[in-house]
Design a protein around this ligand. Structure first.
Ligand SMILES: [Mn+2]
Length: 424
């Protein structure tokens, strides 16, 4: 379903007087207001095709209702989010969960909703019914050459699917690793993974990138073949200029300084982009900003500082994706919250007085440095983010509109009480 533009306008006009008041109150203290709003308008975050249904845990999955039953319906859902917030103008597909039967038709359907295709994701972490060999003991790292070949061929197939959709990057996340000491020779596993990645790299079109995503643990609990940013960086640097490191916020050991990782990867031109989510303990895939919004702000602070130092375009030079999905919320409301959290953190980072911060750092004024960062972080930028949505035709209050219009109820009516998102 499409959200009627008129409904958005009607809701906005009923909220306009209050909105203007809070907007003007914050806006008064911001020198570069126009620039901040333009940057917020340009900033788009890709929605993963696997986040549109209710996520499961390893203990089970409680399906929601009215989940998208096909790729077409997933695109429809992302279109709905984008109509509401004007900030989710891209979709990231997971192959083979979402193989388009007719790429041209899917591409034009997405275009109707104003959506582009972000990075395509391969999957060698589970066996598909049709496949010959099992990935039980790994894919690109496997000791058996035939299994490595199957995994390489799959990645090349994903690139082909992505080319047909106008995507420009392949994300490789490997579940490969070992669960027990002695199971793997670390150098052997590294070398085999590297050689497999080289073959995939060779199949990339000229204007494509490959993102090597790392994860500290799970599903393997002793070693992961791409376990941290150092290992990913090693692969990416040896592979060549089209290979980058992808940072998934939930893929670190507890208390890792992610903002420092981001800063250094950017310094070396090896940061691909993000999978946003939040976590308390491990790879919890919780709503972005739900646990640690200050960390999210600090990451954006490094991003803005680092991108500006290199003259990068915030909106287009890195890949911005959500990778979160959970059990207990309506997935669309969850995604609206995640996008809002990202936009808030980005807006706050744009407010940091970077000159004053640099000056404080030069004289070791630790107190002033903290004050500068926290002044930006403690600014309530929600009206600024809402204004960026409003002027582009989005809703001042997306979740309220989603609820008032009983969007989920309409989706259930169209798709059924017991529809389960494909791939989940
Ligand atoms: Mn991820």
């Amino acid at each position: 379903m499409l959200i009627n533009k008129q409904l958005i306008e009607e809701q906005n006009s009923s909220l306009l007087a209050n909105h203007k008041r809070s907007f003007e109150f914050v806006a008064e203290g911001i020198n570069n207001l126009e620039e901040v709003i333009n940057k917020l308008v340009a900033f788009q975050i890709a929605i993963p095709s696997w986040a549109l249904g209710t996520g499961g845990t390893r203990f089970g999955r409680f399906s929601g209702s009215g989940e998208p039953r096909s790729l077409e319906e997933k695109i429809e859902d992302v279109g709905l989010l984008h109509a509401l917030n004007q900030s989710s103008g891209a979709i990231s597909l997971h192959i083979p969960w979402d193989i388009p039967s007719d790429a041209a038709a899917i591409k034009s359907l997405a275009a109707q909703y104003g959506l582009k295709f972000d990075a395509v994701n391969s999957n060698t972490f589970q066996d598909q019914p049709s496949q010959e060999h099992s990935y039980k003991f790994g894919s690109l790292q496997h000791v058996d050459k035939a299994i490595r070949k199957q995994a390489i061929d799959h990645n090349i197939e994903v690139i082909k699917q992505g080319v047909a959709l106008g995507s420009k990057a392949l994300t490789v996340w490997l579940a490969d690793g070992s669960c027990f000491p002695g199971q793997l020779n670390f150098r052997g596993a590294w070398q085999r993974t590297y050689e497999s990645l080289q073959e995939i790299y060779a199949a990339l079109p000229d204007d494509w990138k490959v993102f090597v995503e790392y994860k500290a643990f799970e599903p393997n609990f002793y070693s992961m073949s791409v376990g941290d940013w150092g290992q990913s960086y090693l692969y990416a640097s040896k592979l060549g200029p089209k290979a980058y490191t992808l940072v998934d916020l939930g893929h670190h050991l507890p208390n890792a300084n992610i903002e420092q990782i981001v800063s250094l990867l950017m310094m070396e031109n090896k940061l691909a982009g993000f999978h946003f989510n939040d976590s308390k303990y491990g790879d919890d895939d919780l709503t972005v900003g739900s646990i640690n919004p200050y960390q999210l702000f600090l990451i954006f602070n490094e991003l803005v500082e680092g991108m500006d130092a290199k003259g990068m375009n915030h909106a287009t030079d890195l890949g911005w994706m959500i990778d979160a999905s959970h059990n207990v919320k309506d997935p669309l409301e969850d995604l609206l919250q995640s996008i809002e959290a990202i936009m808030i953190a980005y807006a706050q980072a744009l407010l940091v007085d970077s000159k004053a911060l640099k000056a404080a750092q030069e004289i070791n004024d630790v107190v002033a440095a903290q004050e500068i960062l926290q002044t930006a972080y403690r600014t309530d930028v929600r009206p600024i983010v809402a204004e960026a949505r409003r002027i582009t035709g989005g809703a001042i209050k997306p979740i309220t509109l989603f609820r008032e219009q009983q969007v989920r109820k309409q989706l259930v009516k169209a798709r059924g009480e017991k529809s389960t998102a494909t791939g989940l």
